[in-house]
Design a protein around this ligand. Sequence first.
Ligand code: AMP
Length: 355
Amino acid sequence: MLPPGATIGILGGGQLARMLALAGARLGLKAHVFSPFPDDPAFDVCAARTRAEFNDEAALAAFAESVDVVTYEFENVPARTAQVLEAHRPVRPNPRALALTQDRLIEKEFVQSLGIATADFVAVDNAGALPRAVARLGRNSILKTRRFGYDGKGQTQLRDGGDLAVAFRTLGGAPCILESVVPFAKEVSVVAARGLDGEFRAYDVCENLHEQHILAWTIAPAEIADATASAAIDIARRIAEAAQYVGVIAVEMFVVVDEGRETLLVNEIAPRVHNSGHWTLDGALTSQFEQHMRAIAGWPLGSTRSRGRVEMRNLIGDEVNAWPELAREDGVCLHLYGKKETRPGRKMGHVTRIL
Ligand code: AMP
């Protein structure tokens, strides 16, 4: 167990790093944030800062030497960056978990190898492979880049009669997968943690609503059958165990209802704290951010017990301008990320309400 006073190195300086640093501070753990962007919001709240590129190996080595353990707030950490850091200090979650989740094809094959269902998919390495993939899955499909997709970026839904070559070019000609459109009733996620000793704890399964591919709203617990919730948590547990995972993990799933029966398909794994877990800051005894710090510092996991029915709303772009009214509203817990510039689609803060 790293003692209070130990330093956690965090790669990336966005709001997730900021909330990790704040949660660590409550336990007496210091944060050293590494990011190329001087205006990043985590730089405001950490004990030490490195502003350098992720391929600056000298800066990475010095950073690793100055911390006790390294973690990250985003999954697109280059493999070489993780390798350089790992030569100096433990990297948690382990770089294999990163590799599994950075590439949609590898991720889906990994999930299926555990006997867990996903949407049907076919690898599409080049434009020539797309017509064959469409012949197998049909037009009711989504083409997604294998890497670097987030918030709906790097994906396009095929249209009847649309030109396949154009669809492939829209995504920059990068290797893709084609995925069947899932007629889901709900999107849910499991936010959970696995400790250094293998202990696993999950929060209530939550339901997520996306607007323009960006998470807008989460409610916990999700209104799904108890057996579905247990099955969802079991899926997250099996994924975390197979990846020998340490830290907070989020698994996004589709709930499909067929003749009144709910089934689950895994859509995506995030090897980090996740927007759909922000409700835990006010709505659970231990927030996902504290939980992640506990896990990677080798502490026992905290209680994931919920304080009630909890709703979280993101403040995206100009929505953040409502902060004075939100600050006044009874029962609202307001979180602002301190970002200098408001841009459309940018996550500026969030609010939670215990219902
Ligand atoms: P992703 O980047 O894969 O998480 O996708 C972003 C959002 O697009 C998801 O949260 C869904 O709302 C939607 N989406 C992605 N894949 C599918 C699919 N196969 N079927 C239906 N909707 C999807």
